[in-house]
Each structure stands twice: as C-alpha cells, then as structure tokens.
Design a protein around this ligand. Structure first.
Ligand SMILES: Nc1ncnc2c1ncn2[C@@H]1O[C@H](COP(=O)(O)OP(=O)(O)OP(=O)(O)O)[C@@H](O)[C@H]1O
Length: 297
C-alpha cells in the first residue's frame, strides 16, 4: 500500500524554493533514509508529510488525504526532532500518559522499559533533563508510539556514540516486530545504512534519487591509476569526482562497468574500489564541483 504520494510538490519561502516540484511515492512498511546537504529541504519535506507545513503548490497525499491540519492523518503520524518540547511542569510519566491519548498503538510498557534501560527516571521533570537526555526521551516517545508513519528528523543529533548504536539496534528490532513506515533524515549515513531499505536524496528541494539502498551503495566506483591510461578511459563516462595526484588520478565514475571495461582496468593496473554511500551523496549534489575546494592556490 502507498503511504505518501507527491506530485510537483513545492514549498516556497519568498524567493527560496525549499521543495521544488518534488514527485515521490513512499510505500508502507519501509525504513527510508532522507538524505541531502544542509538546506536541501529534508526538514521541509518531512514536516510537510507530517501535516505541519502547507505546500505552496503541487499535490501531496498521505494515505490518500491532504495532510496539512488533517486530524485523521496527524493521529497516525509522529514527528520527532530536536525541537520537540513539553510543558515545563510535566514529569516524564505525565508525558507517557499523554502517549496513550494521542497514539492508538502506544506501548507504555515498552516506553517504560526503554526509560529504565537508559536510566531516565519517570519522576523527573522533562524540563530538567540535559539536552541529550531530552533527545533520548523524544526518541523513546517516537518508538513507543508505533505510529504507522514515524518520522525522525536528525534523531541522533548530539547523542553519544553508545546511545546512537543502541538506538539503531532497538529501532530495527522494534520495526521487525511492528512494521511501520519510518522516514529518518540524517547526516550520519554511514552509521544508518544497515537500517535503511530505501534512500531519498534531495538537493535544492529537488529529488535526485529514490532507490533501494543497494542501488545507492553500488552507484559508483573509484578508479586509481596513471593518467595516460585512466583519463582516456573515463572520457565519455559520468565522472562524479576527480582528484589529480601528479601523474596519477583518482576518479569516481558511475558504476556501469562491463566485462570489457574490467579487463581494460586490470590490464592497465587501474585499481577499482567501491564508492562509499556518503561520497555518492556528496558527489551527486556537488553542483558540478568534481574536484573539491582548491582556493589556496
Ligand atoms: N520557515 C522558513 N522560512 C524561510 N526559509 C526557510 C524556512 N524553512 C526552511 N527554509 C529554507 O528552506 C531551505 C530548506 O530548509 P530545510 O530546513 O528543509 O533543509 P534541511 O535539508 O533540513 O537542512 P539541514 O540539513 O541543514 O537541517 C533552506 O534554504 C532554508 O533556509
């Protein structure tokens, strides 16, 4: 079943198009990574899908309905980011009690188990938690809501490595037991790759790529060899990155190598290595800057 469909979705702030004619389909029960550079439009996309932001133009449907200010959609969505705040008088247990009211699939026992595991005291006031502890609590709310559409916007921002690791592990286990649609934006792609089933890469508000994670992971290859042999080889190919090293170069290209290509590379001692997913993201959103910053010369 389809959860989200957008067609030419656009959100404009003054002259800036935070989302620019974005057409996308998200199917249910997947974990989807929303990636892109700073200012790409990730938060705007997620908040628009969560019904918090009204699109300027285009179409957006969540379970077939326009999400903005739509109670039926809102009751099935949870949106967690670092700006979530609660009334300063509320203790954690009071907030858990609210979970029961807001989320049909809320699992209070699970929430309490997680709080205990992470040494968060239910009697403590939310307002008195450290910033990292607030983020931990927000994540616990997000997981325990079991909302059919669970959205995490940069969930691990400011969290230590130990918690991040635990979070990925718990999220995956809970998702296996209770499948739902999860959209997660993050700049920590390398840490999250194993969780994700699909990647949505956006840049300047536009969709660059929406594919299964393995397509993304196999998108490019890095070649390292002598210029005489390497440069003619890459001449008519999609070059994503190029780094001269004197008489040699490192060149990143789209991975569409044939048997014949592999034979050539082998024969000319050109090394082939995988292009890391984070580099694929960087190179595909580089605005034509294939060689990186070189302003010191
Ligand atoms: N309320 C707003 N008013 C004006 N401009 C905005 C507003 N919200 C977002 N923008 C602009 O829209 C663009 C996309 O912002 P958005 O926060 O969606 O990006 P992002 O991909 O989440 O970035 P980051 O990774 O840095 O958090 C940016 O240029 C931002 O300045």
């Amino acid at each position: 079943m389809t959860v989200i469909t957008s067609h030419n979705l656009t959100k404009q702030y003054g002259d800036k198009k935070a989302l620019d004619q974005l057409t996308l389909t998200i199917n249910e029960n997947k974990i989807i990574g929303i990636i892109g550079r700073n200012g790409a439009g990730k938060t705007t996309l997620l908040k628009t899908c969560a019904g918090y932001i009204k699109p300027t133009s285009g179409e957006l449907h969540v379970w077939g309905q326009q999400p903005f200010d739509n109670l039926q959609v809102l009751s099935n969505v949870i949106f967690i980011d670092e700006e979530v705040t609660y009334d300063e008088t509320l203790k954690l247990k009071d907030i858990l009690a609210l979970g029961k009211i807001y989320y049909a699939r809320w699992d209070e026992a699970f929430a309490k188990k997680l709080l205990h595991y992470f040494d968060l005291n239910v009697k403590q006031k939310y307002d008195k938690l450290s910033r990292g502890m607030k983020t931990q609590f927000n994540i616990i709310m997000g997981l325990s809501s079991r909302s059919p559409l669970t959205i995490f916007d940069e969930p691990t921002l400011g969290l230590d490595a130990a918690f991040r690791k635990e979070f990925y592990h718990i999220l995956l286990n809970d998702y296996m037991k209770h499948p739902r649609t999860m959209m997660i934006s993050s700049h920590m792609l390398h840490e999250m790759e194993n969780l994700l089933e699909e990647i949505v890469l956006i840049h300047d508000g536009k969709l660059v790529m929406h594919d299964p994670i393995d397509v993304f992971q196999n998108y490019g290859v890095m070649l390292n060899g002598k210029n005489d042999q390497l440069l003619p080889f890459v001449e008519n190919r999609q070059v994503l990155h190029q780094q001269p090293l004197g008489l040699s170069s490192i060149v990143g290209i789209k991975n569409d190598l044939t048997e014949e290509d592999l034979h050539y590379l082998n024969e000319h001692h050109i090394d082939i290595s995988p292009m890391h997913s984070e580099d694929v993201c960087v190179y595909l959103t580089a605005n034509g800057k294939v060689g990186g910053f070189d302003g010191y010369q």
